[in-house]
Structures are given as structure tokens and as C-alpha cells.
Design a protein around this ligand. Structure first.
Ligand code: MG
Length: 391
């Protein structure tokens, strides 16, 4: 197959390689292999029972972290092909990007960060707090144990670079000490990641902006009428109703979500192509050194998505029903942290051996749990079933 990559795409033969040298596979390039390793990981399978916005047991029709990750991968692949970037690499990054998410979405991350902050770990031994991007890297570098001679999935530099989307300076220094000129370096030098990594970032936003509207309306927490408060969506709804008078609400919603996705994708492609054309980049190293993000929304689409995010934040993520569930989820996570903090032997041996401090081992164990396992475990150790009514 002739692959027509742009000169600034990540070429598999020019990969900066894996941390542990390994033989080449006969039929798959380095990024295809990374993708396969991610799909076969235990953390990937657990994404199916982890909350995106709606708790996993609230219904089978809402996105979970797994279906979200698949949608991100699909969007990223389709945009990568059009931009002549590396589809296999974006797929590997997209499928791995949320592996470090805790149960119950952001609330889980918040609780673990809070709990770990109390213990002021020695920075020489441990990193501070909890952050899901950093945890995603920890999953692929350490916590997956599939190989006889090393921890982690031993993914390529380029995939790991994309997985570590954000990183605080303190954590980047910690990484840099262990892996000089590695995936932490750019957060200290101000460089940017590959275009494939930048693309996955944007695909993530395209995906959740659209699917949160979809799930929000189908759950009954949002109405189509409320969506008219967002100028972008109001314009799309006007078009849909003009073209299809009398269309029922369900099909109107699907038409809306479809148009949101195409609007966003074509905007990213047009804006990014225009930027790359003027940039005259010749290699991924030039991309990294440029210290500029090249893949993204046009200024108009940035404004449109900013309005949408503010709307979703106020009306969906802070909806009383969501907030109530999250309050209970917070209790589950805090109680479980306290339980395992006080009872080291209750923690699986593997976790005790993998982490530099006991508190980090507890956080790793809790972060890896699915929503339903955390709920069941909480009921078992405390005797109080916080989610009994819905389960
Ligand atoms: Mg995501």
C-alpha cells in the first residue's frame, strides 16, 4: 500500500522508538502495534464500565469512556487521512487517551488528587497528587503487566507523547529525571507535540461536544428548546426545521448531532490546512520546535464551542441529578481511599509492589476500578449502599 503522508506527519520508520528495544513485527508498523497493544490491555476493557458524564448504571444508551474513546478514534482517523497525517498513530493515541480516568469521571480524579495531597509524598519518590493524563501514561508505562521482562506496554515515544496531553511542571521534572529528553521534556522547553497528538486533542473535544448534547437530550436532562440558547445549535436547528418541517424530536436530535460533527470536522480541516500551508513545515521535529499548535478550530468555531461548553457546564454537568450522583460518587471514592489507606493488606499485592508509596498504590487501585466495581466494593466495606436504588 502506498501511503501518502505529509512531510510533517509521524513516519513509523522514523519513530523515536520504545523504551525497551524489541524486534520489529513482520506485518505491522510501530504505531499499528501500539494500537493493538492498547486494545488488548486490561485498562482498555475496563473503560466500558467507566462514566463519561452519566454513571454507568444509569442506562445502557449513554456514552461510556469506551464508546467515547472509539468515537474520538473514528473522528481522529478520518481527519488524519484528510490532513495526510498518520492514521495508525492517531488511532493508538485516541484509544489510549482516557485509560487513566478514574471511575465516576472527573469527580474521581478530584477526590484522589485531594486525598493524595494530604500525604505530601517525597518528590524524589513520588509525584504530587493525581491527574488523569499523567495516570494514562502511568497505565501504559507501568500498571499494565503483560510482558515477561518489563512493566507497561512499551509503547513508542510518539504514542506516549500523545497520551500525555497535559503535564504540570513538577511532574514533567519528575519524568525528565527518569527519562531524559523523554515525554516530559516538552513541558519544560515549551515545545509542542506531533500534529497527530494535537489532532487527537481536538477530536476529543469534537466528540464530547456532540455526544454530550446527544446524551443530555436523550436522558431528558436537556431539551431541544434549551439548546436554542447556544447560537451555533440554534442556527443548525433552524436549518433542520426549515429543510424538514414537522420532523420528530428524535430525528431532529440525530440530524443536529450529525451536523455538529460535520461542522466541527470541516472547520478543523479547513483551518488546519490553511495554517499548515502557510507554515511550510518539513518534518515532525520542525512541528515540535515551532512551539505552536497547528491543528485546531477556526476563531469562529472556537467561539461557538466556548458558548456550547458554558451551556453544557451550567445545564448538564451541573444539573441537580448529575450533581447528586457525583456527590455520592465522591463519598464512595473518599470512603474507599480511607479504607485501603488504613488497611494496606486489603490491597492486591500487585498494586503494593508497583507503587513507590502506599498512598500511590491505593490511588492506582482505585483509579483502575470501574464504576460498578467501586460501588460494590464500597457497599461491601462500609455496609451502606449509596447507589442501591438505581443499581
Ligand atoms: Mg476524552
Amino acid at each position: 500500500m502506498v501511503v501518502d503522508w505529509a512531510p510533517y506527519a509521524c513516519m513509523p520508520d522514523a519513530s523515536r522508538g520504545r523504551r525497551f528495544p524489541t524486534d520489529e513485527a513482520p506485518t505491522r508498523n510501530v504505531f499499528q502495534r501500539d494500537r493493538d497493544r492498547v486494545i488488548h490491555s486490561s485498562a482498555f476493557r475496563r473503560l466500558v464500565y467507566k462514566t463519561q458524564v452519566f454513571l454507568n448504571h444509569e442506562g445502557d444508551l449513554f456514552r461510556t469512556r469506551l464508546t467515547h474513546s472509539l468515537e474520538v478514534a473514528q473522528l481522529a482517523r478520518s481527519m488524519a487521512r484528510s490532513l495526510r497525517l498518520n492514521e495508525d498513530l492517531v488511532e493508538a493515541i485516541a484509544l489510549a487517551h482516557d485509560l487513566g480516568h478514574t471511575p465516576f469521571g472527573h469527580v474521581g480524579q478530584h477526590v484522589l488528587n485531594d486525598c493524595l495531597a494530604d500525604y505530601q509524598p517525597d518528590p524524589a519518590l513520588d509525584t504530587m497528587g493525581f491527574e488523569h493524563n499523567f495516570q494514562s501514561l502511568r497505565v501504559v508505562d507501568v500498571l499494565e503487566q503483560k510482558y515477561p521482562h518489563h512493566d507497561g506496554l512499551n509503547l513508542s515515544f510518539e504514542t506516549r507523547e500523545g497520551v500525555l496531553k497535559h503535564c504540570a511542571v513538577a511532574r514533567a521534572r519528575w519524568l525528565e529525571q527518569r527519562e531524559p529528553h523523554g515525554v516530559g521534556a516538552r513541558f519544560l522547553s515549551g515545545q509542542v507535540p506531533s500534529l497527530e497528538a494535537q489532532l487527537c486533542n481536538v477530536a476529543d473535544q469534537v466528540a464530547y461536544n456532540a455526544h454530550d448534547v446527544d446524551d443530555g437530550v436523550r436522558s431528558g436532562l436537556l431539551s431541544l428548546d434549551q439548546l436554542e440558547d447556544v447560537p451555533w445549535l440554534a442556527a443548525l436547528l433552524r436549518d433542520i426545521r426549515g429543510e424538514h418541517p414537522g420532523l420528530d424530536a428524535r430525528r431532529t436530535l440525530y440530524a443536529l448531532v450529525r451536523r455538529m460533527l460535520s461542522d466541527a470536522v470541516y472547520d478543523v480541516l479547513a483551518h488546519t490546512n490553511a495554517q499548515l500551508k502557510s507554515a511550510r513545515l518539513h518534518s515532525v521535529d520542525e512541528v515540535r520546535a515551532s512551539a505552536r499548535e497547528w491543528v485546531g478550530f477556526s476563531p469562529d468555531m472556537r467561539t461557538a464551542t466556548r458558548h456550547l461548553k458554558a451551556f453544557l457546564f451550567a445545564r448538564l454537568y451541573r444539573h441537580p441529578q448529575v450533581v447528586d450522583n457525583m456527590a455520592r460518587a465522591e463519598r464512595v471514592m473518599r470512603d474507599l481511599f480511607t479504607h485501603y489507606r488504613q488497611q494496606p493488606k486489603a490491597l492486591p499485592t500487585r498494586h503494593r509492589q508497583q507503587a513507590p508509596t502506599h498512598e500511590r498504590a491505593v490511588a492506582d487501585y482505585l483509579a483502575g476500578m470501574t464504576d460498578r466495581f467501586a460501588i460494590a466494593e464500597h457497599a461491601r466495606v462500609t455496609g451502606s449502599a449509596l447507589f442501591a436504588a438505581e443499581a
